[in-house]
Design a protein around this ligand. Structure first.
Ligand code: IMP
Length: 190
């Protein structure tokens, strides 16, 4: 079976993709002895995904894919975007970010937003990118206990629930990451 590195330390993400990509031996950063925090200092999602995939391919000489996700709010000119993880500052919690975004959106009428994921894949000396988007809106307060990150204040178009109120399976089917991953899988299984 062909070995493919997923440049992540997140065991949940790793498990998820292993269940989908049955024809590959998918391993994480820890499995290849990479314990560093790869510095993601690009100013866009594609750049950060590329940095992570290239780090592994350059240093470990292995085929690899990496993802990067951002929440892009129209009224905020696309913020927090690539800075979604640290919107409320370095070392902040998911809840700090939610509070900061609700504050920034106080009284704002245009609540349109989207989650966007970009996956970079280095395979057999070539680089490929896959994008997944889910459109929706920013709620005025938190709804639901599930999920993570901005899930309690993001409601996808066509649904009456926030991501945090949805069954995980439903969210995964329509989510940014789910859609980008589906494109990656379709490409790899071709
Ligand atoms: P990452 O690139 O997957 O690490 O995502 C960057 C940041 O985007 C996370 O720290 C979260 O704040 C946010 N995020 C990514 N995916 C989701 C999601 O599915 N729901 C809510 N927030 C998310």
């Amino acid at each position: 079976m062909k070995k493919l590195v997923f440049a992540t330390h997140n065991l949940h993400k790793l498990e998820e993709i292993r269940n989908i990509l049955k024809n590959f031996e998918v391993v994480g950063l820890r499995d290849i002895g990479c314990h560093e925090d790869i510095v993601e200092d690009a100013d866009n999602l594609q750049g950060n995904a590329k940095i992570k995939a290239d780090f592994v391919t350059d240093n470990f000489h292995l085929d690899c894919f990496a993802d990067d996700t951002g929440l892009e709010v129209e009224a905020l000119g696309g913020a927090p975007g690539v800075y979604s993880a640290r919107y409320a500052g370095e070392g902040c919690s998911y809840h700090d970010n939610v509070v900061k975004l609700l504050e920034a959106m106080k009284g704002v009428e245009n609540r349109k937003a989207r989650f966007r994921t970009v996956i970079a894949l280095n395979l057999n000396g070539e680089q490929h990118f896959f994008e997944g988007i889910v459109n929706g809106k920013i709620l005025t307060e938190e709804h639901g206990e599930g999920g993570f990150g901005y899930d309690p204040i993001f409601q996808p178009d066509g649904f009456d629930e926030s991501f945090a109120e949805m069954e995980m399976e439903t969210k995964n089917q329509i989510s940014h990451r789910g859609r980008a991953t589906a494109k990656l899988v379709e490409f790899l299984e071709k």
